[in-house]
Design a protein around this ligand. Structure first.
Ligand SMILES: Nc1ncnc2c1ncn2[C@@H]1O[C@H](COP(=O)(O)OP(=O)(O)O)[C@@H](O)[C@H]1O
Ligand SMILES: [Mg+2]
Length: 258
């Protein structure tokens, strides 16, 4: 075979390889797109299921417990009751009040209604109040109004990130202070959660997640990546934990009317 024929043959093979490579690349991109779509659907379904359960708890069990409280206070007002019966009713009323408090709390943690009704910033203010009250955390918050309405998915993802990070601080850090910052710069949302607690070994902490012993930090990572963002964990023993997140805003994010 001549040199020219060899060259033509090689070129044909090269073109074939390039075409195969392009096809494989397109298939992978398409699969990646479908996977993202599916993963976002799972995320949405989980949240809407949580929303439904939160409402059922609040409106179903919560309302019934409220009615029981009302009925108990009518019984407590009966002048014919003995001291013993009074004491029993008081104990029962305290128990029901406790259950009602727990149910409302659980319902809010599952999906705070305020996130759907008033949006991210008021929902975060509620979250901070709740962590201050229930866990005694000293939270310094610097939450800037974003100047635009985030879509439901982004609202949820940012809320869940901060909720998980604060739960971790309450559970693991032994910190005396936490700073939470939220701001929009150009076309991305930036979040910082930093505590001054005991810190941890990040590799090991993330590893725990991948062996499914825990899913908090790795769950944060997955969600942020799902929305095209970046997340950085920084910590060393006794150096607290800092989590920095940046999530790009979709082009369609709509400005809020002044
Ligand atoms: N703010 C923090 N301070 C100290 N350690 C932390 C902090 N956040 C996470 N960790 C460590 O990382 C581990 C993994 O956290 P996470 O994935 O949220 O799982 P879980 O909270 O269920 O243990 C925790 O068990 C803890 O040891
Ligand atoms: Mg956790």
């Amino acid at each position: 075979m001549s040199h020219d024929a060899d060259r033509a043959d090689l070129l044909a093979q090269l073109r074939q390889l390039q075409a195969d490579q392009a096809r494989i690349r397109n298939t992978l991109l398409e699969r990646d797109r479908r996977f993202q779509h599916l993963a976002r659907s799972v995320f949405r379904v989980t949240e809407s299921e949580r929303r439904r359960l939160a409402r059922d708890l609040h409106d179903g069990v919560g309302q019934k417990l409220s009615a029981a409280m009302h009925r108990l206070s009518q019984l407590q007002a009966n002048p014919a009751l003995t001291v013993r019966e009074h004491a029993d009713l008081d104990a029962l009323a305290a128990l029901v009040a406790d259950c009602l408090h727990d149910i409302r709390n659980l319902s809010r943690l599952m999906r705070p209604q305020i996130l759907d009704d008033l949006g991210l910033v008021p929902a975060l203010q509620w979250l901070f109040r709740s962590f201050r009250e229930h866990h005694g955390l000293d939270i310094t918050d610097d939450i800037q109004e974003l100047g635009l309405a985030l879509d439901d998915d982004l609202n949820t993802v940012v809320f869940r990130l901060i909720q998980e990070a604060l739960s971790n601080v309450a559970k693991h850090a032994g910190a005396s202070q936490v700073v939470v910052r939220l701001a929009r710069k150009t076309s991305a949302i930036h979040v910082l959660i930093a505590d001054n607690g005991r810190g941890c070994d990040i590799e090991q902490a993330l590893g725990q997640g991948s062996t499914s012993q825990s899913t908090g930090l790795s769950g944060m990572q997955e969600r942020v990546h799902l929305f095209g963002g970046t997340i950085q964990f920084h910590s060393a023993p006794m150096d607290g934990m800092q989590i920095r997140v940046s999530i790009p805003l979709p082009d369609a994010a709509s400005p809020v009317a002044p």
